[in-house]
Design a protein. Structure first.
Length: 189
């Protein structure tokens, strides 16, 4: 099987995802505390666009926007960007990665939302400017996706967030919750 640039682009971004997350540590900046939410419930990732793209299989709700269910998230503004297969090769991985982290955040052991870094948002904007101009009309980033509300790891190194897959930040992510399987009447994890 030949691997073309679009296949490598997706798999490259997926692989680099696991190199780009920083561990969550309690942040002290009030702005960050206002953004970070908490949830103690992990659930299987079923949001169609994200389940097929992201390298994790569990999410938690509410998400960054306060959406309580993945069904509601699928009806939200994420579908403004739904024609991802038609996107420019440079734009697609950045935009999908960014949108899924907001709408279907990776489930963390701590229950804290692990948000995209502001720099990741800026990278998605930069790579998708032509697409936004064509699809959204004005070429302006929709207000609910503005970067200023996200943690800025560059300005505040103690703030932890999911960075650009090209960054060299180290990270730690808990394994996804896996339901115990019964085997011979015994429960195994």
């Amino acid at each position: 099987m030949a691997i073309n640039s679009s296949t490598f682009g997706f798999f490259g971004i997926t692989t680099l995802f696991f190199i780009s997350i920083v561990t969550i540590i309690n942040a002290t900046e009030p702005e960050v505390l206002d953004i970070v939410g908490y949830s103690d419930k992990c659930e299987p990732l079923v949001l169609q666009m994200c389940a097929s793209l992201m390298p994790y299989n569990t999410t938690m709700m509410p998400n960054y926007f306060g959406t309580e269910t993945q069904s509601d998230a699928s009806l939200s503004s994420i579908h403004q960007f739904a024609p991802l297969p038609r996107l420019d090769e440079r734009c697609r991985p950045h935009l999908a990665y960014y949108l899924c982290l907001l709408h279907a955040p990776v489930c963390t052991k701590s229950g804290k939302l692990l948000l995209p870094c502001r720099s990741l948002c800026h990278d998605a904007q930069d790579e998708c400017q032509d697409y936004l101009a064509e699809q959204v009309g004005s070429g302006r980033w929709p207000k609910e996706y503005r970067c200023e509300e996200l943690p800025d790891h560059e300005a505040f190194p103690d703030v932890h967030c999911i960075g650009n897959p090209k960054t060299k930040l180290s990270w730690s992510l808990p394994p996804p919750k896996v339901k115990a399987q019964k085997k011979n009447g015994l429960k195994h994890n």
